[in-house]
Design a protein around this ligand. Structure first.
Ligand code: SIN
Length: 517
């Protein structure tokens, strides 16, 4: 049986940042269900927010984060994050990450939605994620083993409730138990639960389902962010057109050339994401297409090569037809300021975690920042731990049922129903419809099944249904609108809900024999 000091599940920026900081001292195993460079982080066009401009200050970054998050953020967590941001940028520069500079040789600071200052650092225009991932991969220490195409389908939980390893399956169907005193979920969010999405294929909510089944607390799941501008072609979204394009002057227009955001919000095209997304959604629902007009930008192709290439692929230029799509989950596995969950030995960092930073709506370019800050902080925390006397032995076989003879929906059905009923605009009826649809698949029976007998696709569908259930029940319970959670039957923010958080926790699914001597 394999063992390590730290197991990291996932390979995005939070995972890599943690690995870079510990893989010289500690033995690290990274498990990723596809390839190292297939993650939302790698796709990320938008940059990293940090108050580095002459007239800027972390206090202003803090205030913008809280305003966008509609005041349900954890203030202390936001304060620490915004204060740490400039140092994170300096560290990445030290790693040789290639950021964009202005003519005077200073970092080029861009503007994005709901920021009061230009403070977004980009690399290669809209290739920031790729540049940071490449920089971090170069810096990995030697004490690391990476398993690609390896799906974690269960967390190993001991009788005392602590986590000490994972069960995984390779592409060829080989099963393995890997033991470690520290297991870190860095699996990203759940953008693939929706038919319109900016997220990579792999991002199906696995980490949230794994943690929930193990007894972790899951929080704020009703807060899902829809990005306003995904290229919309032949009735499907085809990928992100970064908010930085609007930051550089592009405008949202209707079919007659009228500016869509005029009179809607003082920040117009750079209003908070949920405001812009809802405006575009309403227009499309009323039968009027919306376009991102880049005709006045002489250098669109040079400044935004990823978006320009995407548009060229679909034969689009000048006025880019856009629609909103699922982009980010503000909720997730509840953690403290270093990434600890309520389960000893289990940690969560990056989008899978709910740190309280984002509140009800994430401020643009705060997500790569969060992954980098928490990856580094968790590394410092783990490095400071006393070495554990860890004598793993094989966990006992636990009592699992055979998988039930029930049919499961296909991925596209989940995505379509979530988009229609738990999407940008929700109401009691649509949420109840979706809840009863999800519950018709009898998740409680699947939960006690032997997951090792399932295919990767079956397991993924069950994890998706579980995550959908968590979002839908929370969305039903929060009878107000706030940030990314918009209910047409409760269209206003309600003061009584401010600072109220919906948290769910399941009694643990299985118990394994203690593996510690
Ligand atoms: C974007 O480039 O518009 C996305 C950036 C982000 O989500 O922070």
């Amino acid at each position: 049986m394999r063992k390590a000091d730290v197991i990291i599940v996932g390979s995005g920026i939070a995972a890599l940042q943690l690995a870079v900081h510990i893989s010289r001292r500690l033995h690290v195993i990274v498990l990723t269900k596809s390839k190292m460079q297939q993650s939302n982080s790698f796709l990320a066009q938008g940059g990293i927010a940090a108050a580095m401009g002459e007239d800027d200050h972390p206090a202003s970054h803090f205030q913008d984060t809280i305003d966008a998050g509609r005041y349900v953020n954890d203030h202390e967590a936001v304060w620490k994050l915004t204060a740490e941001a400039p140092d994170i940028i300096q560290e990445l520069i030290g790693y040789n990450c290639q950021f964009d500079y202005d003519r005077e040789g200073g970092l080029h600071l861009g503007k994005e939605g709901a920021h009061s200052h230009a403070r977004i650092i980009h690399g290669g225009g809209d290739q920031t994620g790729r540049r940071i991932v490449d920089g971090l991969l170069e810096k990995l220490g030697s004490n690391i083993q990476i398993y690609e195409d390896e799906s974690v389908y269960e967390l190993l939980i001991q009788e005392d409730g602590s986590c000490n390893g994972v069960r995984s399956k390779s592409k060829d169907g080989n099963l393995q138990d890997i033991l470690a005193p520290h297991v870190v979920l860095a699996t990203g969010g759940c953008g693939q639960l929706y038919s319109y999405t900016s997220n990579a294929q792999e991002v199906t909510g696995d980490g949230i389902a794994l943690a929930y089944w193990a007894g972790a607390r899951v929080k704020d799941m009703e807060f899902v962010q829809f990005h306003p501008t995904l290229l919309f072609h032949n009735g499907k979204t085809r990928g992100l057109v970064s908010e930085a394009v609007r930051g550089a002057g592009a405008r949202l227009v209707d079919g007659f050339g009228n500016y869509l955001m005029e009179g809607v919000h003082p920040f117009r095209d750079l209003a908070p994401r949920h405001v812009v997304a809802q405006e575009i959604f309403n227009s499309i629902q009323n039968g009027f297409a919306v376009y991102l007009d880049v005709t006045s930008m002489a250098d669109f192709e040079q400044r935004f090569p990823t978006a320009a290439k995407l548009c060229a692929q679909y034969g689009v230029q000048g006025k880019i037809p856009v629609a909103p799509g699922c982009h980010f989950l503000m909720g997730g596995v509840a953690t403290d300021h270093v990434g600890r969950t309520n389960i000893t030995g289990l940690y969560a960092i990056g989008e899978v975690a709910c740190t309280g930073i984002h509140g009800a709506n994430r401020l643009a370019s705060n997500s790569l920042l969060e992954g980098l800050v928490y990856g580094r902080r968790l590394a410092q925390h783990l490095s400071a731990q006393d070495p554990l006397w860890f004598f793993p032995k094989k966990p006992s076989d636990c009592v699992h049922q055979n998988p039930p003879c029930l049919t499961l929906p296909v991925k596209e059905e989940i995505q379509r129903t979530m988009m229609d009923r738990v999407g940008i605009v929700r109401n009691d009826k649509s949420l109840r419809e979706q809840l009863s649809w999800i519950e018709s698949f009898e998740l409680n029976k699947w939960m006690t099944a032997d997951f090792s007998q399932l295919t990767k696709v079956q397991w993924e569908i069950i994890a998706m249904l579980q995550t959908c259930w968590l979002i839908t029940t929370a969305a039903l319970e929060r009878t107000e609108s706030r940030g990314g959670h918009y209910r047409i039957d409760f269209p206003n923010e309600n003061k009584g809900w401010e600072n109220q958080h919906l948290t769910k926790k399941l009694e643990k699914r299985t118990v394994h024999e203690s593996v510690q001597a």
